[in-house]
Design a protein around this ligand. Structure first.
Ligand SMILES: N[C@@H](CCC(=O)N[C@@H](CS)C(=O)NCC(=O)O)C(=O)O
Length: 336
């Protein structure tokens, strides 16, 4: 039995794992980070109900999976320092951007990781080094090649294909440029302290930074985003103990990002995906920002759209929130 209260099974190369680890670090919740590899697999398998990381195991053996519910459960138990902005519209925008980071940010990360040879080689070698440290040197290259081949065949899952590649990459670059403007004069997305939005988006961009193509774009176009990525590895609050900035000072650079990323791309995509899944379609096409997107429907993202809609519905006083969601083109996808 471990003497630390929480064990976090994860992988450095998994955006959702590092997201949860940074959350533990920021909150100061005692935990042990356990790399899920061949050696730790039997212990992992004793607790995991789904074959995914992160897996968080409490001292009493309670197991948790899925990064957002994990953070919500911990937030209820360890409310300070809070990782939610204290009022609307900031509070809900943080939840929306967390969901955006998890689901659209994951398209950036996985697409770039497996789209070009240079990134495939870098990523597959990192995966072998982290998860199969005992593979003899002579077999390393072959093993990495096998991983790359398998993964290249699987990125359809996030909708990365010949039709969508340009839109994924354009949204990455546009998103970085907008985030650069936003983060050039603040430490975290909503001011001096990290909130759910930071953790969700960060896990994906932290992983983008280590691959040659997306990492090169980050360094070239977004030095303030790189500084934020580095800060978020061990996040600490900065400045006076004010939770987040006022909406008015965030809005000029935050709202354009929410509009382009969530209103024009992510939410209409998520809605089309959920519709196709409900209709039992094999494949779907949707017009996103004037371009055709095509992919097979995926289940988890339909469920998480339902969850963000429930979170929207649960906002008791929507007076400050609805005009902002309307202005950013998000309202029609959330208020159903
Ligand atoms: N929605 C889940 C997604 C977790 C997830 O997709 N994890 C990936 C790694 S980033 C995974 O475990 N894939 C299977 C594997 O690596 O064995 C979450 O937020 O935790």
């Amino acid at each position: 039995m471990s003497t630390t209260p929480y064990r976090v099974f994860g992988v450095e190369n998994s955006p959702f794992s590092v997201k949860v680890r940074s959350y533990f670090r920021y909150k100061g919740i005692p935990h042990e980070w356990i790399v899920r590899n061949i050696a730790t697999m039997p212990e992992y398998q004793k607790h995991a109900k789904l074959p995914i990381v992160p897996l968080v195991v409490a001292a009493d053996g309670t197991a948790m999976q899925d990064s957002t519910p994990i953070m919500e459960a911990l937030e209820a138990q360890f409310p300070e320092p809070s990782t939610h902005p204290e009022s609307e519209p900031n509070r809900f925008l943080s939840l929306l951007l967390e969901e955006f980071g998890d689901e659209w940010g994951n398209k950036w990360m996985l697409h770039y990781r497996w789209a070009r040879e240079a990134d495939q080689v870098a990523a597959s070698n990192r995966l072998v080094a982290e998860m199969m440290p005992d593979v003899p040197d002579a077999e390393r290259e072959e093993t990495a090649k096998g991983i790359a081949e398998r993964m290249v065949g699987r990125v359809w899952f996030v909708g990365s294909n010949e039709v969508t590649a340009a839109q994924i990459e354009d949204s990455y670059v546009e998103g970085l440029e907008m985030l650069e403007a936003h983060l050039s004069n603040r430490a975290y997305l909503f001011g001096d302290y990290p909130v759910f939005a930071d953790f969700g988006l960060w896990g994906q961009l932290y992983n983008c930074l280590v691959d040659p193509t997306p990492g090169g774009l980050l360094r070239e176009k977004a030095p303030s985003v790189v500084a934020w990525i580095e800060r978020m590895l061990e996040p600490k609050g900065e400045g006076p103990p004010v939770m987040t900035e006022s909406f008015e000072t965030l809005a000029p650079t935050l709202l354009p990002y929410v509009k382009r990323m969530c209103g024009d791309l992510f939410l209409p995509w998520s809605e089309a995906n959920a519709r196709a899944l409900a209709a039992g379609d094999e494949n779907y096409d949707v017009e996103l920002d004037g371009r055709t997107w095509t992919q097979k429907p995926v289940k988890y993202q339909a469920k998480s759209l339902g969850v963000i809609r429930e979170k929207y519905a649960a906002v008791v006083d929507k007076t400050a929130l609805d005009p902002v969601l309307e202005e950013t083109g998000c309202l029609r996808w959330l208020a159903t």
